[in-house]
Unconditional design. Structure first.
Ligand code: NAP
Length: 361
């Protein structure tokens, strides 16, 4: 089977088009940032795409957002309603699908009173989607896990994190989001251990890049806070960054590369970047909208003192002043993945927010 775009380019392939079925891909959570970029790239490559939203009332908005982000023809895109916390809709979502990209999951790093608000939809949702995929005979499922399932709870000993590492659930600084991603990925591997549906998991570091519509989600919040003045100075935190367009590309490579079956892939790009350098990149790369981007850093002792009463500062303590190291060798070598510079992810995130989000506030 092949994507539709690979057929119909000349008379020989036109002939094939009449005989070769189209590959259909289910992308869960079509309203999301990473899922949106996956959908755009899949449609561009000629796949037929089905996506889930919690309510079909969102379809019009998602179509508008995708069109604004460059979707030329939405004719090959369809929608099904399904929530990660319910069985309803998933059999329809996976019916006659060749591949599943399970991207949807609640994203909320930091403190949360009831951890199960994240853990249950993440873990039970992953099991629900993958079980449905397996029962429907889907060829391969790609699960969007996270660096949060790799590097949390470890000592600061200069270790270079790879796909061999797992978050230590009872280690220091492990928040509900890191638990949700780790438990969801572990449940996925357990469920699919002897399945004929192949599983691949993706482990992106902080994903930044062009926003989808006016919604700012995930790690892009950090850029938003620098632009809108919510972050007047930067703590000494180091963020490993990858561009959302490269994350989407990696998902498609993971879906189509035969050797990727049964593998995890760490999606990182170069060393973690200190927040003050992220701010400097925004100032250097943008010609407008940078008036509030911070120029000052917050000394560690000030962060520590503030952490005694402020939970936001408390969350910074485990990684204050420490840059985690990562290797992307496996994705480069096995998938042939080649991510763009992290500065590009930062600049394009900031530019898109200045244009679409801040101007609209
Ligand atoms: P996002 O924009 O917030 O997208 C999350 C998606 O999950 C949304 O479509 C959301 O739907 C859906 N969702 C949440 N709870 C759901 C539920 N109970 N039922 C059905 N759908 C639900 O975040 P994102 O950054 O694109 O994240 C996508 C995936 O990448 C997640 O698995 C996340 O853990 C992973 N990831 C993200 C980053 C990052 O830096 N952004 C890094 C590593 C891994 P609604 O629109 O209805 O809320």
């Amino acid at each position: 089977m092949r994507p539709r775009g690979e057929t119909g380019k000349n008379s020989a392939s036109k002939e094939l088009e009449t005989t070769m079925p189209t590959s259909r891909v289910l992308v869960t959570g079509g309203s999301g940032f990473i899922a949106g970029h996956c959908i755009l790239q899949l449609l561009d490559a000629g796949y037929e795409v089905r996506t889930t939203v919690r309510s079909l009332a969102k379809e019009t908005l998602v179509r508008e957002v995708l069109a604004d982000a460059g979707m030329v023809d939405g004719g090959a895109l369809s929608f099904v309603a399904a929530d990660l916390t319910s069985d309803e809709g998933w059999p329809e979502a996976v019916a006659d699908v060749d591949f599943v990209l399970h991207v949807a999951s609640p994203v909320q790093p930091g403190h949360i009173d009831n951890e199960n608000e994240l853990i249950i939809p993440a873990r039970e949702g992953a099991v629900r989607v993958l079980r449905a995929a397996r029962d429907a005979g889907v060829k391969r499922a790609v699960l969007t896990s996270a660096f949060h399932a790799v590097s949390w709870g470890h000592p600061h000993d200069g270790h270079v994190f790879t796909e061999a590492d797992w978050t230590v659930l009872d280690g220091p600084g492990v928040d509900a989001y890191a638990k949700s991603k780790t438990l969801a990925e572990q449940a996925a591997w357990e469920l699919m251990a002897n399945s004929s549906t192949e599983l691949v998991t993706m482990l992106p570091v902080a994903v930044m890049g062009p926003v989808m519509g006016r919604d700012v989600t995930g790690s892009n919040h950090l850029i938003q806070g620098m632009l809108n003045g919510a972050m007047p100075a930067t703590p000494r935190l180091f963020i490993p960054i990858v561009d959302v367009r490269d994350v989407a590309r990696a998902h498609i490579l993971a879906m189509t590369t035969p050797e990727a079956a049964g593998q995890r892939f760490l999606l990182s790009n170069g060393p973690a970047i200190e927040m003050t350098d992220i701010a400097a990149t925004i100032r250097a790369r943008l010609s407008e909208g940078t008036q509030r981007v911070p120029t000052q850093t917050i000394p560690d002792e000030v962060v520590r003192a503030a952490a005694e009463s402020n939970p936001q500062f408390r969350e910074m303590l485990p990684d204050l002043g420490y840059a985690k190291k990562t290797s992307n060798d496996k994705a480069r070598n096995l998938l042939g993945w080649s991510p763009r510079d992290a500065a590009e992810a930062i600049a394009s995130a900031a530019e898109s927010m200045v244009k679409k989000v801040l101007g609209a506030q």
